[in-house]
Design a protein around this ligand. Structure first.
Ligand SMILES: Cc1cc2nc3c(=O)[nH]c(=O)nc-3n(C[C@H](O)[C@H](O)[C@H](O)COP(=O)(O)OP(=O)(O)OC[C@H]3O[C@@H](n4cnc5c(N)ncnc54)[C@H](O)[C@@H]3O)c2cc1C
Length: 554
């Protein structure tokens, strides 16, 4: 069901209620609202529809098997739990607190059915991981078997059972400009024990300290949105590429969008409104803010553009988009390289600083995510699947639908995107020229002069002595030569592109997943030959030109 249909249903239900207010909940069927990755009461169509139809039982399930999946992490749970505390309070204020149950979805719903009889089930559509996809299939089968009506409503621009990508952007615009769904003011309490708030630790999750993590909750989402649109965001398009500046200048809405403390439509409409309010600013400032906000709205498009890929093809969590890349890296997976990369001990300082920062804070900017992925996939020649799981556990904003297609794109296995082999030394020089970020996260290198910080392996023994460091003991020597490794990877990845069949399959992928936006840079079409100047030509990123097209990274 889309939002227009949902809004019409709400209006119908309201009209019925108005006609017989006294009897409105007498004997009415229980309306179960299943909160998943949508932990808010604002712009929440399932909640509004359910409230219009009868007494609401809002429920969150702590599903043991979900939390035992290899992509699950304590930082995700910590963010969710903080969001649940606020959600429970917000619902309680309206008359019915959030019910929390531990158990598998089918088992919990079946127990409820046996106790309370048939009910109506409401939720948002979820494009999650393979596990949640199969869980939803099981819930759907159970619901059909027992005559339970389960209404799932789209919550962003992702289209379920999409037949063609044609017209996708127009539909995104329509959904994002639809009215924000009104929050029900009052919920009649139902006679069900709300249960205790779930614990801070889940037994299935390893300890996951993340001292710099963003906190969860609607209040945090609103604060981040407000400060971005009115203060922090003015330099967004200029400052999103460096991890030093991006931390303040990017919106930092990603965990809120991923776990739904803010709806995408709320973010898009607030940004569009702010664009209209720039009139009083001096012309220069106005122009800068315009560029920034337009670039940001473009990113909100990307959010759904990427998730749509996984929605259309759930196998992308595991399988290369272009199957010609199958077998290219799998048999060469080097555990020692993987561990060094995952722990920030590759001996490539900018890479290690990014990884250690990510582990400690749960967030890093897009360009650095792309570089971390490129280094694992090209320089270290690791198949993307295990690095993807590691990063999923590190990201407090883990969103499967963005994550796996991005991992594939940055690993060069989609067949339709430009190959970007980021040069980690050049990235360090460009994005952290004075070494401020590296010194912060690599204290063992803090005393090095900046000229040596980017390439410490170039120090001879005398230089090491005078800097008070022994390479190989205090900080690793690089596990690969970044220039040579990139060259070999480039040749191997481009070799796959030869041959007619490759391009035929790539055309089909483009048809299935590619953007239809006119005027795109040639990133969506495979180039026929590798760039001639490897270290510059291979170090392509999209963030330098955020306004080039709404899907510039794709
Ligand atoms: C390998 C890799 C894995 C990634 N995995 C995730 C993930 O699990 N979850 C996640 O939210 N983002 C992911 N991204 C995309 C992007 O890096 C983050 O969305 C962004 O850094 C989050 O910070 P922000 O909210 O401040 O972003 P902003 O720049 O302020 O953008 C606002 C929102 O737009 C969306 N967005 C921004 N950039 C992209 C992009 N390149 N592709 C798709 N959507 C985008 C996000 O929802 C983001 O919150 C990944 C990128 C790469 C290269």
């Amino acid at each position: 069901m889309n939002l227009a249909q949902a809004s019409a249903a709400i209006a119908r239900a309201r009209a019925c209620r108005a006609a017989s207010p006294a009897a409105r909940y007498d004997g009415a069927m229980l309306q179960v609202v299943w909160f998943k990755r949508d932990l808010r009461i604002h712009d929440h169509a399932p909640l509004a529809l359910a409230a219009a139809a009868g007494p609401v039982l809002p429920i969150y399930l702590v599903e043991p098997t979900l939390w035992q999946q290899p992509d699950a992490a304590g930082r995700h749970w910590a963010f969710i739990r903080e969001s649940l505390v606020e959600l429970r309070a917000a619902l309680a204020e309206r008359g019915q607190p959030l019910v929390i149950r531990r158990g598998e979805a089918v088992a919990v719903f079946e127990a409820l059915r046996q106790k309370r009889g048939a009910f109506a089930l409401w939720s948002h559509e979820e494009t999650g991981n393979d596990w949640s996809y199969r869980r939803d299939l099981a819930v759907g089968a159970w619901a059909r078997e027992h005559g339970i009506h389960w209404t799932e409503i789209a919550q962003n621009g992702v289209i379920r059972r999409m037949r063609s990508r044609d017209g996708w952007a127009r539909r995104w615009d329509q959904r994002m400009s639809a009215d924000i769904v009104a929050t029900p003011q009052r919920l009649l309490p139902v006679d069900v024990d709300a249960g205790p708030m779930a614990g801070e630790q889940l037994p299935w999750l390893a300890d996951d300290p993340c001292p710099g993590r963003q906190r969860g909750g609607r209040s945090q989402a609103e604060a981040a949105l407000h400060s971005f649109l009115t203060e922090r965001g003015g330099r967004y398009h200029r400052e999103l590429s460096s991890p030093l500046t991006a931390v303040e200048s990017c919106s930092r809405l990603s965990p809120h969008l991923a776990f739904g403390t803010l709806s995408l439509r709320e973010a898009a409409q607030a940004a569009a409104l702010q664009l209209q309010r720039l009139d009083g600013l001096p012309p220069d400032e106005q122009a800068t803010w315009k560029r920034a906000l337009r670039a940001f709205i473009g990113r909100l498009h990307w959010h759904c553009h990427f998730i749509q890929k996984l929605e259309t093809e759930p196998q992308l969590e595991f399988a290369n988009t272009h199957r010609a890349y199958d077998g290219l890296r799998e048999s060469e997976f080097d555990e020692a390289r993987f561990t060094a990369w995952a722990e920030g001990r590759t001996g490539l300082p900018f890479v290690d600083a990014c990884m250690r920062s990510l582990i400690a804070t749960g967030w890093i900017n897009f360009r650095m995510r792309a570089m971390l992925c490129a280094v694992s996939s090209y320089h270290l020649w690791l198949h993307w699947r295990r690095p993807a799981l590691h990063l999923a556990r590190c990201f407090s904003d883990y969103e499967p639908g963005i994550h796996y297609p991005q991992m594939q794109m940055q690993s060069g296995v989609t067949g339709i995107n430009t190959i970007r082999i980021y040069n980690p030394v050049k990235q360090g020089l460009d994005q952290d020229p004075d070494g401020v970020f590296m010194r912060r996260w690599l204290p063992e290198l803090a005393a090095l002069p900046t000229a040596l910080l980017h390439t410490p392996w170039k120090m001879d023994e005398a230089a090491q002595r005078s800097a008070g460091i022994v390479l190989g003991r205090d900080y690793p020597l690089p596990i690969v030569d970044p220039i040579e490794a990139a060259r070999i990877a480039r040749d191997r990845i481009w070799a796959v592109r030869k041959g007619l069949d490759f391009h035929r399959a790539a055309d089909a992928i483009q048809e299935r997943h590619g953007s239809r936006k006119a005027g795109l840079p040639p990133t969506t079409r495979p180039r026929r030959a590798p760039p001639a100047t490897p270290q510059l030509g291979l170090d392509l990123g999209s963030d330098q030109a955020p306004l080039a097209a709404p899907y510039g990274a794709d």
